[in-house]
Design a protein around this ligand. Structure first.
Ligand code: HSE
Length: 411
């Protein structure tokens, strides 16, 4: 018999309400006792008695044995989750930025107090990727994980590519649909995808990295000329986080726009859908697909974690605890496409193995190889100059067949 969960829920936004909707349709031996909210003035769909604005009313209630944290304030979320874990309450959270930023501390708290923190809903919404990376791939050699980890930016890209909708209108729609973060720069700038990548990589490789050490370049500078170029080549542009084992000692991670060809699984991942491509040594390529944002899809992953807590499930962090000597590095060379205006930027990036160059009055681009560290050093400059950079393995092969082969090796 599973144990009864008495839940204190923090946050009643898109995901909180989605979770509530799902829970009430099931008989799961659990009860939401109280919901903490920030704004008591807001009109709510439930009776007033269930809400509180006092977090202590939940955290100090001995009857509540499980905390579900779904707020969008990173520091407050960390405080709530830390207090819960330190006082014997298990926690489910979907706060990706908080988890990516404080993962070391959160693991330590779980070890110290014997409590469990689960966060499937924090990475790629409804896709069950964390428990898979944690459990299933234990003895598998994972060459890489990559994918589409952010629904809002993918929604904007799909709207632009498939429907010719302008960037601002598409982003507004993603906000209205409840997919985007409070500050959507996190979505379109690749920050949100980076937090998810960091969490996934901790379970895939046992490597725990701070967000400030991983580069993220987003889609804010994407122009019609870039989309047109992709179309002419039969490619799409997607925002793709990558974690790749370079050798048995080093893992690289980055988030960049990427040219994707029709043979890649990610080519057909559109709108708010997410996809995760896992390249494993013996299983070869595997692909996970599902909705990455929205109340019900994310709520379903949160509910799955809640259900797992009924049986005392906890991540073991086996890979992080094992002696495998894997380290994070930015020392990797990448084939990129750069659309630019200022020639100084080219010099700063030090392109090598130039594959293609084009310039007219209105459109200049170069495709070639650069070092990731160079890209990191010039990231702000690229952003300020409204230049657009994208990972371009699919553009540099002698033939498409060769490009595909190289891509298969890289990913
Ligand atoms: N803003 C996120 C996205 C929500 O668009 O993917 C899900 O984490």
């Amino acid at each position: 018999m599973s144990k009864k969960l008495n839940i204190g829920l923090f946050g009643f936004g898109v995901v909180g309400q989605g979770l509530y909707d799902i829970i009430k349709t099931k008989n799961l031996n659990l009860e939401i006792k109280k919901i903490a909210i920030k704004n008591p003035e807001k009109k709510r769909s439930l009776p007033a008695e269930i809400f509180t604005t006092d977090r202590d009313e939940i955290l100090n209630n001995p009857e509540i044995n499980t905390i579900v944290e779904l707020i969008n304030d990173t520091e407050a979320a960390f405080e709530i989750v830390s207090r819960a874990l330190s006082t014997g309450k298990n926690v489910v959270s979907a706060s990706k930025k908080m988890i990516a930023t404080y993962l070391d501390e959160l693991i330590e708290l779980q070890n110290k107090y014997g409590t469990s923190l689960l966060y499937e809903g924090s990475v790629c919404g409804s896709i069950p990727i964390i428990r898979n990376l944690e459990e299933y791939y234990d003895n598998e050699l994972l060459h890489s994980i990559s994918g589409i980890f952010n629904g809002s930016s993918n929604y904007v890209l799909s709207k632009g590519f498939l429907e010719n909708l302008d960037y601002d209108t598409a982003l507004l729609q993603a906000q209205e649909l409840g997919f985007a973060e409070t500050d959507p720069t996190s979505d379109v700038g690749g920050f949100d995808a980076k937090y998810k990548l960091i969490i996934a990589a901790a379970h895939a490789y046992g490597v725990i990295v701070k967000p400030e050490d991983v580069i993220n370049i987003g889609i804010q500078n994407l122009a019609a000329s870039d989309l047109q170029y992709a179309r002419e080549k039969g490619l799409k542009i997607k925002l793709v986080p990558v974690a790749k084992e370079l050798d048995d000692r080093h893992v690289a991670m980055f988030v960049l726009p990427k040219f994707v060809n029709q043979d890649e699984f990610l080519y057909n991942v559109e709108y708010e859908y997410n996809g995760v491509t896992v390249q494993a040594a013996f299983a070869d390529q595997q692909f996970f697909f599902g909705k990455g944002a929205g109340g019900h899809p994310t709520g379903s992953a949160v509910l799955s974690d809640i259900a797992a807590l009924r049986y005392n499930y906890a991540y073991e962090y086996k890979k992080a605890k094992s002696k495998k000597d894997l380290h994070f590095t930015n020392n990797i060379e990448l084939n990129v496409y750069l659309r630019y205006e200022d020639d100084d930027l080219l010099e700063a990036l030090q392109f090598e193995h130039i594959h293609e160059r084009y310039y007219s009055d209105s459109y200049k681009f170069i495709i070639g190889k650069i070092n990731l560290q160079n890209l990191i050093d010039n990231q702000q400059r690229i952003f300020d100059q409204r230049a657009f950079i994208a990972f371009a393995d699919q553009l540099t092969g002698v033939s498409l067949a060769t490009a595909r082969k190289e891509a298969a090796e890289v990913f």
